[in-house]
Design a protein around this ligand. Structure first.
Ligand code: NIG
Ligand code: FE
Length: 396
């Protein structure tokens, strides 16, 4: 039997139960191996083998970054500069830059190099409290290069990794003028990648510069045939109705959503699909159209918040900054933002075993040097993380 450890002297934002923040002022947690065995008021703590003093810190669930593109070669600072000289994101993409330039750099990099680059990025996320991260492929765009990226994602240390196959991210140069053939290839590769244990979910970029709803449907049909859950980069630059399509396939999440229509909101509410909001991309592309947060809230659509770390539209490695931006730019409340990077982010990954502090869930939590959890969204550029525990173990 595993050791029963009582983590006490904690002020818990459990995000569980009806109280705001799931707050427990004089809180304690009992962990047993990788799991939480009990959460509650310290005065009622059950029997235990050892204690750890959390020093009065605010304790939250470990952060879940549910949408990233962490594995890639190169960077796109030059493209950032071009945009400041007046070029548009879509214009650069259509001219063969954008995602395609990262594809070239990713294909040219060896597996060891990709691993080292991605590990450094993951370390930065973990340094701000991330214990679970989703990582998409989509910068390889061949069977071999997509497999390599997903294998790298699986090899990363320091957080639990959920992998998403995003073959339908952009058209690789060797398929120029043959978009439907490429979509067929993306569907063909899926089974091989799944057989290698590399795919937890399937994503697509449904957009004018990405793939049409009809092509996205084919990718989703292939995923459904393999019983893989789907999610979608939807309505980022225009309203394509991708969200309604994704909901027909019971999508775990639709992500970005700046141009989401009222019909899209209703579709998400019906299927319980999570709206993943990505303030970093909104900020970095200097978008002006806001995602319909009030309508999503009104309809009861769960909202998540993520870094969308990628070299083109969101080169941030700060989940805490995203909590701040979710509030300042998108007008989420600090509690909605934190729920967005814990419980709702876990839901966007189909993970019911984390995201809250409750008995039976994974012992993933963070202790912060703050007085109140609203400070996590308040500061920007300050990291108050004191301690990160993953699967019951204190992380370096
Ligand atoms: O989440 N929208 C598509 N994919 C990424 C951007 C990829 C890139 O520009 O490299 C995103 O914004
Ligand atoms: Fe993305």
């Amino acid at each position: 039997m595993s050791e029963r450890v009582l983590w006490h002297n904690a002020r818990l934002a459990s995000l569980d139960g009806p109280a705001p923040w799931g707050w427990i002022e004089n809180g304690a947690l009992l962990t047993e191996g990788e799991r939480i065995a009990w959460v509650g008021d310290a005065s009622a703590a059950p029997a235990h083998d050892s204690v750890r003093d959390l020093g009065g810190a605010v304790v939250t669930p470990g952060l879940v970054d549910c949408h990233t593109h962490l594995v890639y070669g190169g960077q796109r600072a030059r493209e950032f500069e071009m945009r400041l000289h007046g070029a548009g994101y879509e214009e650069i993409a259509r001219a063969g830059g954008g995602i395609r330039s990262t594809v070239a750099a990713t294909r040219a990099a060896g597996e060891g190099e990709l691993l080292a680059l991605a590990q450094r990025r993951l370390d930065a996320l973990a340094g701000e409290g991330v214990t679970t991260v989703e990582i998409k492929s989509g910068y390889g765009l061949s069977l071999e290069a997509e497999a390599r990226s997903l294998r790298v994602a699986r090899r990363l240390q320091g957080a639990d990794v959920v992998t998403t196959y995003l073959g339908a991210h952009a058209l690789p140069p060797e398929y120029t003028g043959r978009q439907d053939d490429y979509v067929a290839a993306v569907c063909d590769w899926m089974a091989a990648l799944q057989a290698e244990g590399l795919v937890d979910a399937v994503d697509a970029f449904c957009e004018g510069i990405g793939f049409t709803p009809a092509q996205t449907r084919r990718v989703f049909e292939a995923a459904s045939a393999l019983k893989l859950p789907v999610k979608l980069h939807a309505e980022q630059l225009s309203d394509q109705g991708g969200t309604q399509l994704a909901c027909k396939f019971d999508a775990l999440s639709c992500d970005h959503l700046e141009h989401l229509s009222p019909a899209g909101v209703q579709a998400m509410a019906k299927t319980g699909t999570v709206a993943v909001l990505l303030p970093g991309a909104y900020y970095f592309l200097r978008e002006t159209k806001l995602p319909p947060v009030a309508a999503l809230r009104e309809a009861g659509v769960p909202m998540a918040v993520s870094t969308d770390h990628n070299p083109g539209t969101s080169p941030t490695l700060s989940p805490l900054l995203m909590l701040n931006m979710a509030c300042t730019l998108f007008r989420l409340t600090p509690e909605e933002a934190l729920r967005g990077m814990t419980v709702n982010a876990a839901r966007a990954l189909g993970l019911a075993d984390r995201g809250r502090l409750a008995a039976g869930l994974r012992a993933d939590f963070c202790a912060w040097d703050i007085e109140h959890p609203n400070e996590l969204a308040y500061y920007f550029g300050r990291n108050p993380l004191r301690l990160r525990v993953r699967g019951g173990r204190t992380q370096p």
